[in-house]
Design a protein around this ligand. Structure first.
Ligand SMILES: C[S@@+](CC[C@H](N)C(=O)[O-])C[C@H]1O[C@@H](n2cnc3c(N)ncnc32)[C@H](O)[C@@H]1O
Length: 305
C-alpha cells in the first residue's frame, strides 16, 4: 500500500511535465493555487529547493507541509493574498483544477454518486449554498439550465423534471437514482455512470467554478514577472476552453481589424504560449492513475512587462 500521505490525499497528475515546465523559475516565487494534498508542491520543492511556494486552497482540510506558506482562500483572491504577504510579482503559478481525490472519496463531502452522503459538494465554507439548495429549492428552469450548461447533459430537461417531482431528495445515492431513472434505458448503458454529468454540473454551480477560473487566471497573469510561467491542468472541456481563451488573449499581438493593410495598434504581446496544443498525460500515467485520463495541460510565459 502507498504510505505517502500526500498521495493518499490526492494522486497528483502530470507531475513530471509540471516540474519540467517550471524549471526556468527554479529560484522564484510560485503560487500553487490548488494546493490540495501538496503533491505538486512537494515535487517542486524537492526538485527546486530555492523555490518559494505559497499554497492556496479553499478547502479547510488541507494541511501545509515543510516551509510552504498555505492560505485557505479562493484562488480568485490571489491578488489580495499576495498583497497581504507584501509580494508584488510572482514567477510562477500552478492551477490543477477540479476536486481532489480526498474531496471525492470522503462521503460526508457529498461529491460522489457512488458513496452515500449529504447533498453538500462545497469545496470550502466560503460557498454560499450547497448541493441540497440547488436540488431541493431551485426552480425547474434554473436547475435544467445548470445541468445542461455545466454538465453538457442532453437529458437535462428530463433529469431536472424528475428531480423537481421527487423532492425532497435527501442524499447522494437518492439523487443518483433519480437521475438514473430519468435517463432513457438505452443511454444508461453508454458513457459511464448516468449521474456523472449531473453531479459535475451541480458541483460546478455550488463552487462557482468557471468564474473562479477566469478570475484566478486573470489575477495570476496580472502579477506575473517577466520570464514567469503559469501552468494549468484542466479536466473537462468547459474548463479548458476558458484557459485556452485566456492564454490566447494574453499572447495576442496586433488587434487591428483584418481590413487594415498594416498594423496601427502597435501592440506587442506580453506573453507567449509555451504549449501551443494542450499536453496530455502518457498512457502509462493514465493506467496508473485513471483520474489523469481527461487531463489537459497548458503553459504560458510572460515575455514583456
Ligand atoms: C485537483 S486538486 C489539486 C491537487 C494538488 N495539485 C495535489 O497535488 O495534491 C484541486 C484542489 O483545488 C482546490 N480548489 C478548487 N477550486 C478552488 C478555488 N477556486 N480556490 C481555491 N482552491 C480551489 C480544491 O479544494 C482542491 O483541493
Amino acid at each position: 500500500m502507498d504510505q505517502d500521505p500526500k498521495r493518499e490525499y490526492h494522486e497528483p497528475v502530470m507531475t513530471r511535465e509540471i516540474v519540467e515546465l517550471l524549471e526556468p523559475i527554479d529560484r522564484g516565487v510560485l503560487v500553487d493555487a490548488t494546493y490540495g494534498g501538496g503533491g505538486h508542491s512537494g515535487a517542486l520543492r524537492s526538485a527546486y529547493p530555492d523555490l518559494q511556494i505559497i499554497g492556496i486552497d479553499r478547502d479547510m482540510d488541507v494541511e501545509a507541509g515543510g516551509d510552504i506558506r498555505l492560505v485557505r482562500r479562493r484562488f480568485s483572491e490571489l491578488g489580495d493574498v499576495l498583497d497581504e504577504f507584501g509580494i508584488e510579482r510572482i514567477d510562477g503559478a500552478l492551477f490543477d483544477l477540479g476536486v481532489s481525490g480526498h474531496q471525492f472519496d470522503t462521503p460526508s463531502r457529498g461529491f460522489s454518486y457512488r458513496h452515500p452522503g449529504p447533498l453538500d459538494m462545497r469545496m470550502g465554507p466560503d460557498a454560499s449554498f450547497s448541493a441540497s439548495d440547488i436540488v431541493n429549492q431551485w426552480p425547474f428552469e434554473r436547475l435544467r439550465d445548470v445541468i445542461q450548461r455545466y454538465g453538457e447533459e442532453r437529458f437535462a430537461g428530463r433529469i431536472a423534471r424528475a428531480i423537481v417531482e421527487q423532492r425532497p431528495i435527501e442524499n447522494t445515492i437518492d439523487l443518483a437514482e433519480v437521475v438514473r431513472s430519468a435517463v432513457p434505458a438505452a443511454a444508461r448503458r453508454t458513457g459511464g455512470h448516468p449521474a456523472k454529468r449531473t453531479f459535475q454540473a451541480i458541483r460546478m454551480a455550488v463552487n462557482d467554478e468557471l468564474a473562479e477560473i477566469e478570475r484566478g487566471l486573470e489575477a495570476a497573469l496580472d502579477r506575473m514577472a517577466e520570464g514567469g510561467r503559469c501552468v494549468v491542468v484542466s479536466y473537462h472541456s468547459l474548463e479548458d476552453r476558458i484557459v485556452k481563451r485566456s492564454f490566447a488573449d494574453r499572447a495576442r499581438g496586433c488587434v487591428c481589424p483584418p481590413e487594415f493593410p498594416e498594423c496601427r495598434c502597435g501592440r506587442v504581446p506580453a506573453f507567449r504560449l509555451v504549449t501551443r496544443k494542450a499536453l496530455r498525460p502518457t498512457a502509462d500515467e493514465v493506467e496508473r492513475n485513471p483520474r489523469a485520463r481527461s487531463a489537459r495541460l497548458r503553459c504560458i510565459e510572460r515575455i514583456a512587462a
